[in-house]
Design a protein around this ligand. Structure first.
Ligand code: ADP
Length: 196
């Protein structure tokens, strides 16, 4: 099962991605996490990524495509995968398509989390207030990230709608409620075996 989760910052897709990956027995590939590891390593790339993400901007497509190509060439990706945070631009979606066509590993489903903007801001605010949060969780940056989302990532949803891969789910509700919807969305695709 190869799936992609798309949704605005604060939509809760990271939490759901972890749960779904366990259920399906496939790796959870989060570009946000990979970038945070790169920052923590203190490498040259990490330093550049830190400045970009702290400003609420997107890391350049070329860098992201290289990172994801490297990750998808690892042997565990043959089991399937859940992509969380990639693609975030139409250019990334197009590059992913070419990459996966070459590997004969097409995407089975793309699930988009639908959450109204005012609720997203509220969630990000409380995450910031809870303290000890990520450096990119302060309000100004959060607002910037939302803006970038609508401008650059929302078109990815139309891209996958046009490919017939898209399933939209309501992202409001408890973690369990959303999990049930996500499960249903994934199961709606042919040949999906859920690990018991
Ligand atoms: P979220 O809180 O939305 O789940 P992530 O943890 O996925 O955020 O990503 C954190 C930051 O890393 C993003 O705001 C962005 O700057 C950068 N990033 C992650 N994935 C990508 C990507 N595919 N393309 C460009 N930048 C990315």
């Amino acid at each position: 099962m190869r799936s992609v989760l798309v949704g605005p910052p604060g939509a809760g897709k990271g939490t759901q991605a972890v749960l779904l990956a366990k259920e399906l027995g496939v790796p959870h590939i989060s570009t946000g996490e990979m970038l945070r590891e790169s920052i923590a390593s203190g490498s040259e790339l990490g330093k550049r990524v830190k400045a970009i993400t702290e400003a609420g901007n997107l890391v350049p497509d070329g860098t992201m495509i290289d990172i994801i190509a490297g990750r998808l060439s690892k042997s565990d990706a043959a089991l399937g995968f859940i992509l969380d945070g990639f693609p975030r631009t139409v250019a990334q979606a197009e590059a992913l398509k070419v990459l996966l066509e070459k590997k004969d590993m097409p995407i089975d489903v793309v699930v988009a989390f639908v959450v109204p903007e005012d609720i997203l801001l509220g969630r990000i605010q409380s995450r910031a207030k809870a303290g000890g949060g990520r450096a990119d969780d302060n309000l100004e940056v959060a607002a910037k990230r939302l803006k970038v989302y609508w401008e650059q990532t929302a078109p990815v949803i139309s891209f996958y709608r046009d490919s017939g891969l898209l399933v939209e789910i309501d992202g409001l509700g408890t973690i369990d409620e959303v999990r049930v919807r996500l499960d249903k969305a994934v199961r709606s695709r042919k040949g999906v075996k859920i690990k018991q």
